[in-house]
Design a protein around this ligand. Structure first.
Ligand SMILES: Nc1ncnc2c1ncn2[C@@H]1O[C@H](COP(=O)(O)OP(=O)(O)OP(=O)(O)O)[C@@H](O)[C@H]1O
Length: 279
């Protein structure tokens, strides 16, 4: 959770101007999703289509329902209405979170969840081989491909020389990249990330943006984000949620031009300023 209004500046142009919105195949679609907590409607008839090779940002004021949408997609929260379909038509609405993960939907929460006392290599190995006994017969073959894949992922996340370093001693940004690497080893078709650059330095933020663009070449990436500079620099597509609903979808340039979006953000800023002034 971050002080939201501070981060929004609609006067800044999008770097590279309007980016093409791809028409690549749909990897996952969430249709008419409604989520209630007690009597409170957190998500209200929300639709979201996620496409292959797309770095897709989900933005909106605090409490808009962004994280809840990710929770629905990965099976952490069961919607009261609506359905979630994988691109091949498989309905995953009622599947358990581990089943959905097994179908190639990787989820990363805001804080890094790695084993601090294990090395980078051991963290990655755990992802690859959670139950070694099951794979004993295949061990030699597996080890060969494991080493190859691990090397590839280590290069991709920018930690090729950190294999034997204790994960707990990595910087905050490196821990986040390690966890992303652990997800990549599972060969996801869709990656869901919640505020991945929160707490990162500017340099780490930039590297993360480039990493996510690279990852999106092979799958679909959805990022819930509050850092508008980050969104502006890296988004191929942006969906704005407000009060549990879809407010606007398009390129960042289109989003910035939209008067309803501006009003939602500026309205929030006015509220924050009024609170700060004690009104
Ligand atoms: N388990 C829960 N029980 C009750 N209310 C919840 C629960 N989870 C979320 N909410 C409420 O649902 C609404 C949407 O929450 P959600 O976390 O999805 O919003 P968000 O857009 O991700 O916000 P933020 O940017 O602040 O993280 C909020 O009002 C929140 O308080």
């Amino acid at each position: 959770m971050q002080p939201y209004a501070k981060k929004v500046d609609f006067s800044v142009p999008v770097r590279g101007e309007v980016r093409e919105i791809g028409i690549s195949p749909i990897v996952l679609s969430a249709e008419d999703i409604t989520v209630t907590f007690g009597g409170f409607v957190a998500v209200n008839g929300m639709n979201l289509a996620l496409r292959k090779n797309e770095l897709h940002f989900l933005i909106g004021p605090n409490g808009a329902g962004k994280t809840t949408m990710l929770d629905v997609i990965c099976g952490k929260t069961r919607p009261a209405a609506g359905r979630v379909l994988l691109g091949d038509g498989l309905d995953i609405t009622k599947k358990r979170d581990y089943e959905i993960a097994g179908l190639g939907v990787g989820r990363k929460f805001q804080a890094p969840s790695i084993f601090a006392n294990l090395s980078v290599k051991e963290n990655l190995e755990l992802t690859l081989d959670p139950d070694r006994s099951v794979f004993r017969a295949l061990k030699v073959r597996r080890n060969r491909c494991t080493t190859f894949e691990m090397k590839k992922v280590l290069e991709q996340i920018g930690l090729p020389d950190r294999l034997h370093v204790r994960a707990g001693s990595l910087s905050h940004g490196e821990k986040q990249w390690l966890e992303i690497g652990m997800l990549l080893l599972q060969k996801p078709r869709l990656l869901l990330l919640d505020e991945p650059v929160a707490g990162m330095t500017d340099e780490e933020t930039m590297k993360t943006g480039m990493l996510l663009q690279d990852i999106a070449k092979a799958c679909s990436v959805v990022v819930v984000e509050h850092d508008m500079d980050f969104v502006r620099s890296f988004a191929a597509k942006v969906t704005v949620m407000h009060e549990g609903k879809l407010l606007k979808e398009g390129s960042m340039a289109e989003i910035q031009r939209d008067p309803m979006v501006a009003e939602v953000y500026l309205g929030k800023r006015r509220e924050t300023n009024a609170q700060a002034a004690g009104h």
